[in-house]
Write a protein that binds this ligand. Structure first.
Ligand SMILES: *[C@@H]1O[C@H](CO)[C@@H](O)[C@H](O)[C@H]1NC(C)=O
Ligand SMILES: *[C@@H]1O[C@H](CO)[C@@H](O)[C@H](O)[C@H]1NC(C)=O
Ligand SMILES: *[C@@H]1O[C@H](CO)[C@@H](O)[C@H](O)[C@H]1NC(C)=O
Length: 343
């Protein structure tokens, strides 16, 4: 066969590497949502959703209808005394790409019991018992629906709202704070990425020249620049094997917020177990305390008057609350919760 029998572009395409990347490209294009969103992992995640009552917390389960008519599930876990609830911060918990909201209850329990916060959780569309199928646009609608619900809530609507997100949940949190600059008093993100595109070369090196095929759209690197006044806490596991820790550092450096910016890294934290590292919850507690004092002027007088009644206080014991290890899937439902003195 003469050398020039095939056009060179075709021979390239059919060469072993070319074929592999063409096939990889097609796979990437078609299945990228399935690679990112893992609502059926671990097994049972679409049918079994642990309840706050199993962790000794009172709650309402609310079914929210999104503007595109999807019914998503949420837990509202307020402080029991209405006055206490009104003076407490409300943390909206945006979970990562696997499991459902129930798998994160041990962490919510710390926020609720130790920090006396109100906690609000949701299972995104297609997760847990929520209807629908996950996709970028849908998760954005879900986070907005959750926020709107909290703001309209007779008690929680009067509180300071803080977004908290791990991994993919960090991207959801950055996005919703960027779009609602006046709604949030704080943002706490952990082990999240600059963008899905920038993750691909790290997760699937073979496809690094094909990231332009990726239409998943969580552009946190640019969204975080739109956050100009909200205080942000960056929680970074230095041993994160999934999202390179450099992504978190770059988000920190990119952030232009005039609000407080706190960087906290955990030497031994991996992607899923950063929350069990020593100092994790104290970092959150200190951030919540700072936010309580860092309010726009009109709110300050009122806060001074209610400060005495706020439960979160500098006198609280320092503690590391959660110990034990994640299960093979990295789900926190298997964590043992215990209190130890930090010193
Ligand atoms: C990606 O493209 C560069 C040059 O553009 C090339 O050197 C490299 O081998 C390609 N990598 C892969 C995995 O195809
Ligand atoms: C990290 O792990 C090493 C080895 O187990 C240990 O010696 C070190 O104290 C740990 N560091 C922190 C901050 O927990
Ligand atoms: C962390 O969780 C993800 C799923 O969210 C899983 O793919 C990964 O294997 C887990 N990593 C570890 C170290 O448990």
């Amino acid at each position: 066969m003469p050398d020039n029998y095939m056009p060179s572009w075709l021979s390239y395409t059919l060469s072993a590497t070319g074929l592999a990347s063409a096939a990889g490209g097609v796979m990437l294009y078609l299945y990228q949502s399935d690679l990112l969103y893992l609502p059926s992992h671990p097994d049972g995640s679409r049918t079994q959703v642990p309840k706050p009552s199993e962790f000794g917390m009172p709650y309402q389960e609310e079914i929210l209808t999104t503007k595109d008519n999807v019914k998503i599930r949420s837990y509202i876990i307020p402080q029991q005394d209405e006055k206490a609830a009104m003076n407490a911060p409300t943390i909206i918990y945006f979970h990562a790409n696997a499991g459902n909201m129930g798998h994160r209850l041990p962490i919510s329990k710390v926020f609720w019991e130790k920090f006396k916060a109100n906690v609000v959780m949701l299972s995104y569309r297609g997760y847990g018992l929520s209807e629908g199928t996950p996709n970028d646009k849908g998760l954005r609608i879900d986070s907005q629906t959750m926020l709107d619900h909290v703001r309209a809530h007779p008690v929680l609507g009067k509180t300071k709202i803080i977004a908290y997100g791990q991994s993919l949940g960090g991207a959801v949190a950055i996005d919703v704070v960027a779009r609602n600059p006046d709604a949030f008093s704080g943002l706490m993100i952990e082990n999240t990425f600059l963008s899905v595109n920038k993750m691909i070369p790290h997760v699937i090196p073979m496809l690094k020249n094909l990231t332009w095929l990726c239409h998943l759209n969580w552009p946190s690197e640019s969204s975080i620049r739109q956050i100009v006044k909200t205080p942000i806490l960056f929680l970074s596991g230095k041993k994160d094997e999934l999202v390179p820790p450099a992504h978190m550092r770059a988000l920190y450096e990119t952030s232009q917020t005039r609000g407080l910016k706190v960087w906290k890294e955990f030497e031994n934290g991996t992607h899923n177990d950063t929350c069990i590292q020593s100092g994790y919850f104290s970092a959150i507690r200190d951030f919540l305390l700072e936010i309580r004092d860092d309010m726009p002027e009109p709110a300050k007088e009122e806060a001074a008057a209610t400060k005495e009644k706020t439960h979160l206080s500098e006198q609280d014991e320092r503690f590391q609350l959660v110990s034990g290890v994640a299960d093979a899937d990295g789900m926190t439902h298997s964590f043992r919760v215990e209190e130890v003195d930090e010193d």
